[in-house]
Design a protein around this ligand. Sequence first.
Ligand code: C2E
Ligand code: CA
Ligand code: CA
Length: 593
Amino acid sequence: VDFAALFAAGPIGSIVTDRDDVILQVNDAFLAWTGYAAERLIGLPLTRLMPVGDRILFSTRTAPLLALAGRADDVALAVLDPDRRSLPAWLAASSVDGPAGLTVYTIGPRRERSDEERQLISAVHRAEDSDDRRRQAESSLERLAGHDELTGLLNRRGMLESVGTGSAGRAGLLAVLAIGIDHLRVVNESLGREAGDEVLVTVAGRLNRVAEEIVSNGGNDVVVARAGGDEFVVVLGARADGGAGPVGDSVRVDPAAVADRLVALVAEPMVIEGLEIVVTASVGLAAAATGIPLASGIADSGVESLLRGAGTAMHEAKATGRARWKPFTAVSDDSVIDEIRLLGEIRTAIATEQLRLEYQPQLDVARDRLHGFEALIRWDHPDRGPVQPSGFIDVAERSGMIGQVGAWACRSAIEHGRALNEAAGGRRVQMSVNISARQLSDDGFAESVAEMLRASAFDPSLLTLEITETGLVTDADDARANLARLSALGVRLSIDDFGTGHAGFAYLKDFPVDEFKIDRSFVSGLDESAEDTAIVESCVRLGRALGIDVVAEGVETAGQLERLTALGCDLVQGYLYARPLSAEAALALVLAE
Ligand code: C2E
Ligand code: CA
Ligand code: CA
């Protein structure tokens, strides 16, 4: 029998993918239905054929199901045709056991059901359910895609993109202003949410007005965005024509004058639902060294660090009485520091003990007791003060220096883990350490951890290594060997920022995973977003099904905690319970338990 010909001629659309969900084969029925040519599809990830909302649902629901049970059916989704139009589709899939990890999908058109049919088949409830979730996922992804629905301004992501590609990015950044509306909550509570929304829309209009003034006066590039909630951002670029000429010449607007103008303009009375009210704004200003063109690689971090600075300054403005602006005063700007110099400084930091660890507690809610700690690195820089890991871990990773930094962190965490367990007098206190992909691909890694465990006589099963999904996907062979070795010792493996990678969960079959850490971005959406709630829920379920612990990170509110416990997630970590603590404070916490 010529199976290849039979496959090609099969009556329903069929696709075969490999273990990474990359399309290997596609049959004629599928091509005829969608209008693709086979060459265009082969080699593409299957998810590329789905609208973004379906991609998320596919990777959080269908893919894990397939990895576990080997099959999935009755999945309602849409397939994009070559013109990116959505075709409603049904999908079923089964995986073939074997080294290639092949999966065969049948995908065919989906009819909308009549009302009677709907009533009849309440058993197929799942389908509607997933349609609904898809719609929700899609609408929030539209937002992710760049715009704020309410005000029509760019959102945070849209702003970052626009700054990266626009002349503000090319000509050099001048300043970032973070604008927080004071007491918006009071407006919401006393006049209602619609009134609050109206305030935001009015403020957005005023910010646009300021932007127009700047553009017409100075020709500087301006980006206005709503950063979320009651926060707006104005990014000032150097002159829009690229700022040729001396630096001073390209600066036609004075950021301080813009800050003055913003504070004054927001504070002008506005009429909301027939009432004249006055709202004020607190503004933080972070200015960059002008005339420095941002190399493409650091364009983002340039804006990001200015954003952070402006945010800090805005909080200061709020703290010192609101309705005013404050400049951000920092010794120097992270992004401008020469990477080479930073590397030298990291080397000194290790040698001269400028590094230290903080320990953030993890709580077992069901048992109402301390579960353990996550060790987080800190750098007390002699001139620059505390440097957050985001300011140097990347650089250390790119240079390979992470090997030394990571080894230091691991050893210190194990040593303190032992002290904590001694203080706990028989109760077990887990210790988690972050490991970067770079470390895992070093073939001596497992052995060095084993050596540290021996040196401190630390029970390996009290040590958890946190690794991101991407860490498991790249350099998989070395990682596999290291993790197999560590797992044999009893060391636990945790997937950090779970749900954010697009790894498709196939690695769950290959690696001895003991724990998921649900990313803060999903946890923080628990209060308001159905999509985030659905994602958290499916992570918890997946953990349950596989006997894997699930830790929610970044738990900040009682509402989130309540949702999490309701969903069956018992391990939590976050500011609600505790910030990262000094070694002494962590010890005191254990003693007090
Ligand atoms: P991560 O592993 O995702 O660590 C969690 C981060 O979230 C920590 O930031 C923590 O302070 C913060 N966090 C915890 N609870 C909350 C909360 O309720 N709200 C908010 N907003 N944040 C919360 P941190 O300490 O700045 O660390 C940032 C990242 O740096 C870590 O992300 C980790 O990827 C990396 N990192 C930290 N220490 C090490 C280390 O020793 N080695 C390596 N390779 N990476 C490290
Ligand atoms: Ca972590
Ligand atoms: Ca994390």
